[in-house]
Design a protein around this ligand. Structure first.
Ligand code: PAF
Length: 281
């Protein structure tokens, strides 16, 4: 049975007791509406820790006013059952006032890494992410925390925050989970209508094209991006936000792919729905 904790004090007390009894805590931060991507993080956490904590909190701070905070899908009851079925010990499910009481004033920002890629289209997003993740780390005090590679920039930024602020938590990166046709799993996929959903596979197809070129030893970024654009543009409902080739350490744009150190990422709109995907080379 997963225990649901809604207050910071109770969560801190639970973590304190777990640490006193020398139990490791694996933590999976989520915004709920759990899918197989989240479940793969939970399974990994379950296999590596004594205690597994999942947080469910749709963090208003990481949504811009024009984004989908109000409509973001939520289904706590379904999430609770999934957590239970996957051996989660605690679901931390705080309310907004609990996390951001009136007169809340403190924010955490990883400055340069938050600017490119997603940061260009969503300039305040990562400040919201790092602020909530640091708060959750302080409350839950995890031994390990699990983040999907699907949100590649988020993962890179969290690692940097942990390094810069000397946090005692091991960040465990987890592989991207995909649907049968290759679409990366995301809670936002539910926004797609049938036609958009069938075309959404183009992100993976564009990444496959990049992989094909790299396997043929074509490393020039412009050539790869041009080929990826051609793939996406052959789908009439897709509108490219960006396609970019960056270094995995400082996220600077690369003229050429460097094997083992390159992130190829893209964001594509289908109507109002913005999908992201990436590949670590
Ligand atoms: O990846 C997410 O779902 C969110 O950005 C996170 C890490 C739970 C913070 O709100």
């Amino acid at each position: 049975m997963s225990k649901v904790i809604q207050t910071i004090d109770q969560m801190k007390e639970f973590s304190k007791n777990s640490i006193l009894s020398k139990k490791s805590i694996g933590f999976v931060p989520t915004m709920g509406y759990l899918h197989n991507g989240h479940l793969s993080l939970i399974k990994k956490a379950r296999s590596q820790n004594d205690i597994v904590v999942v947080s469910i909190f749709v963090n208003p701070l990481q949504f811009a006013p024009n984004e989908d905070f109000n409509t973001y899908p939520r289904d706590f009851e379904k999430d609770r059952v999934l957590c239970e079925q996957n051996g989660v010990d605690v679901i931390f499910y705080p309310g907004y006032e609990e996390m951001y009481p009136q007169n809340y004033q403190t924010y955490v920002e990883v400055s340069f890494l938050s600017k490119p890629l997603e940061g260009k289209s969503r300039p305040t997003h990562f400040k919201g992410v790092t602020t909530i993740v640091l708060k959750l780390f302080n409350i839950i005090k995890p031994t390990r925390a699990y983040f999907g590679k699907k949100d590649a920039q988020q993962l890179i930024i969290i690692k940097k925050m942990v390094e810069d602020l000397n946090l005692d938590v091991e960040i465990v990166p987890c592989e991207i989970e995909r649907d049968i046709d290759g679409l990366a799993l995301s809670s936002r996929n539910v926004y797609l209508n049938a036609k958009e959903r069938s075309q959404a596979v183009c992100l993976k197809k564009a990444l496959d094209k990049a992989k094909e070129l790299i396997d043929a030893k074509i490393y020039d970024s412009q050539t790869i991006i041009k080929n990826m654009k051609d793939v996406i543009n052959s789908y009439d409902l897709a509108r490219i936000d960006y396609i970019s080739i960056n270094s995995t350490d400082c996220l600077s744009e690369l003229k050429e792919v460097v094997l083992g150190k390159t992130l190829i990422s893209l964001a594509v709109f289908f109507g109002k729905t913005r999908l992201i995907d990436n590949m670590w080379i």
